[in-house]
Ligand binder design. Structure first.
Ligand code: PA5
Length: 424
């Protein structure tokens, strides 16, 4: 189970410390569905629901794709792709040769990027999973047009068998098209917003295609949400939410999420969307940023150690590595590294982590540590449940609705007007 260690921020707290009773209240608001946006809290029981409903067809579709294609193109943006990408990069950073390669398109407007994917796929067999709850988001809709045309060129009338649409159960352009064209459909549930949807078909289908054991993910998620219901100050979600809100009131307005595993990079992207869209509104909110350690210590380390003292860091630590790797002994010690010979990379990394933590605390950066077992299906599920729940609690503690995103509409209005969309 997730462990939160607040010892690295204790010296930055004031005498009253984090407000666990406010965290308790926010947690009850979530569980009892009495807060703003309560109609979007379906993510807390999503794992059970999916097991009872769509899991079988998700696995069947994934097996079909795995059996016939070299590539799956996942088309979506924001909450419609970040979770799947985070999971695949975390758990399958080097995609296996016995699994289709998963490409992500529709998360921007670069024609070069699209052409790059098309070039990589070449004349190999491929499938497309287009994901959009609204069904009208410009970036995925444009990319889908391109890949749909390619499918028709390649497979003719059978193209429709290579399209899987994940969208609203009853409405929207994509829903209507899927019904009309007979594409296999999966659902983004009404009561789940994009950034909380990774444990629905949105995340699970691409994950299953990449060879991730999604049943294990769901089983662990059911268990984790259950355990996180605990109404005690040692609930890790309360600890994290209360600590970050307390630090915010003390002037620490920027949170750096860091991890020493390079494959965690897209977990950071997923987390940024989750916290940024949930909390940054009404003129308040912690700014979420992410760093990859130790790589970024050689670029951003100076700023973290010595820049404005408005940062705190949350470091995710996996307790055990998946494989062993040790520093070899070198006869003659020409590179002067024999003092580390025989030590595992994991233990060298653990020492580096302790050294960095001490230096950053000394330099005025509060440190929250989040410990999780291993970089596997269970570890992923625990992190997702923990961060989602803590986000809801933290946002309610700060007095905002965690489940809307009114701010993202502003640029869309301008863009559609300038692009000449009829009626915009
Ligand atoms: O969290 C959200 O709601 C957003 O990030 C959406 O997921 C994103 O804008 C994509 O929307 P849609 O799935 O409707 O295409």
């Amino acid at each position: 189970m997730i462990k939160v260690d607040l010892s690295g921020c204790a010296s930055f707290f004031d005498a009253s410390g984090p407000d666990f009773s406010a965290a308790a209240k926010a947690h009850r608001t979530l569980l009892e569905k009495t807060g703003e946006g309560a109609e979007f809290t379906g993510w807390m029981c999503l794992p059970q629901q999916i097991k009872l409903s769509e899991l079988k067809s998700i696995l069947a579709a994934a097996n079909k794709i795995r059996g016939r294609s070299k590539a799956l193109v996942v088309i979506g943006i924001g909450g419609s792709y970040l979770g799947a990408r985070a999971a695949i990069e975390l758990l399958r950073p080097i995609q296996r040769s016995d699994s289709p390669r998963v490409y992500f398109a529709g998360n921007g407007l670069s024609g070069d990027y699209l052409n790059g994917i098309i070039e990589q796929i070449g004349d190999g067999d491929f499938d497309v999973n287009v994901i959009s709850k609204s069904g009208t988001t410009l970036e995925p809709a444009l990319s889908f047009r391109v890949f749909r045309e390619l499918l028709v060129k390649k497979y003719g009338a059978n193209a429709k068998k290579h399209i899987f649409a994940t969208t609203d159960a009853n409405r929207g352009v994509l829903h209507d098209l899927a019904v009309q064209e007979g594409w296999e459909r999966f659902v983004v549930p009404d009561d789940v917003g994009g950034r909380y949807s990774v444990l629905s078909a949105v995340g699970l289908l691409p994950m299953a295609v990449a060879g991730i054991d999604v049943s294990a993910v769901l089983d662990c998620a059911i268990d984790t949400f259950k355990r996180l219901e605990r109404q005690q100050p040692d609930n890790p979600a309360w600890q994290y939410a209360a600590a970050r809100q307390h630090l915010y009131t003390k002037g620490y307005g920027i949170e750096l999420l860091a991890c020493y595993e390079p494959s965690f990079r897209f977990m950071g992207e997923w987390w940024k969307q989750l916290y940024g869209e949930s909390e940054g509104k009404n003129g308040i909110g912690i700014f979420p940023a992410s760093l990859e350690y130790t790589a970024d210590l050689h670029s951003m380390g100076q700023y973290v150690q010595d820049g404005p003292r408005t940062l705190f860091e949350t470091v995710v630590k996996f307790d055990r590595p998946l494989t062993e790797a040790a520093v070899p002994f070198l006869m003659g010690d020409a590179d002067k590294l024999n003092y580390l010979a025989g030590r595992s990379f994991d233990s060298v990394c653990a020492t580096a982590r302790e050294a960095v933590k001490a230096a950053h605390i000394e330099g005025g950066v509060p440190n929250i540590s989040v410990g999780v077992g291993r970089r596997d299906e269970e570890g992923f599920a625990e992190l997702v449940c923990f961060f989602e729940l803590a986000c809801g609690i933290s946002a309610y503690m700060s007095g905002v609705n965690p489940f809307n995103q009114p701010g993202v509409e502003a640029y869309k209005k301008n863009m559609f007007k300038m692009l000449g969309k009829p009626g915009a």
